[in-house]
Design a protein around this ligand. Structure first.
Ligand SMILES: [Zn+2]
Ligand SMILES: [Zn+2]
Length: 265
């Protein structure tokens, strides 16, 4: 394997049934039930393992009425990754469903955008409406990591290893970042909440939780530029990801998908 080519995996840990109309600003004409999936992602290559986002734990799931299918740590272990030994965690943004489980990676360094930390700890959090997707305990845990010298701040575009770069997109959360990874099939973009569902980017629609609608829509253009093609873009909450990509190995169907494999068309 060359020095900058990585494997990429999506590990689903939870799901949530909701009305389709709840997924879009201006709702949806089809008012039926649907579900969204919750993932963390794994980037593995010659420079080690990067875990992208940390999900939420049972207590947070209970508090917000979500259902954990397999805890994040179990999904990582299914890939042979011991959370205790993970050196790098990329935090795409600090929403509760991406930045919980904050004790799961005791030795990791966390990669986050300046703008996200400023947003989650600054004046915007005085507004109840903007606070909703954040958890005080997740945010304070990240502040403690800063004081423990375990956080690496990024501003815009940064290379974490050859073939792995983070890119500030903003929009849905002010300092939201995506991750671009060089793989055997080209550049895959782990979009996280820069694009919740395929329908958001395909139809130019926006998820209701957003700091800036304009930045979200502009962000879709950036994502498509960063990915080798639309088929290299991986949305953050679409259950379809598990149908499109093969399981990481036998027995992990519907749980862990391999994103550097070709998706079904
Ligand atoms: Zn989010
Ligand atoms: Zn999310």
């Amino acid at each position: 394997m060359s020095d900058d080519v990585h494997e990429v995996y999506a590990v689903r840990y939870a799901s949530h049934a909701r009305k389709r109309s709840e997924n879009y600003i201006f709702g949806d004409p089809h008012d039926e039930m649907t579900s969204i999936a919750y993932y963390v992602w794994v980037i593995a290559g010659p420079h080690g393992v990067f875990v992208c986002d940390t999900g939420f734990d049972q207590a947070a799931a209970k508090a917000r009425g979500r259902k954990i299918i397999k805890p994040v740590g179990e999904g990582l272990k299914a890939l042979g990754i011991e959370p205790d030994h993970v050196n790098h965690v990329i935090c795409t943004h600090m929403h509760w469903d991406h930045a919980g489980n904050y004790d799961l990676f005791p030795t990791a360094r966390y990669h986050i955008q300046d703008a996200e930390m400023a947003y989650a700890t600054g004046r915007c959090m005085c507004h109840q409406m903007l606070r909703i997707p954040f958890s005080e305990s997740d945010v304070t845990a990240m502040v403690r990591k800063v004081f423990a010298d375990r956080v690496e701040f990024h501003d815009g575009v940064e290379e974490l290893a050859p073939g792995v770069t983070v890119h500030k997109i903003g929009g849905h959360s002010k300092g939201l970042q995506c991750v671009r990874v060089k793989t055997r099939r080209g550049h895959v973009v782990v979009a996280s909440d820069c694009c919740h569902l395929y329908s958001h980017i395909d139809e130019g629609r926006v998820f209701p939780i957003t700091y800036s609608v304009g930045d979200t829509l502009e962000g879709y253009k950036t994502l498509l530029k960063l990915a080798s093609s639309r088929r290299h873009l991986v949305p953050g909450h679409d259950p379809e990801v598990l149908n499109l990509y093969p399981a990481a190995k036998a027995g992990l169907e519907g749980w862990v998908a391999r994103l550097d494999a070709e998706p079904k068309t």
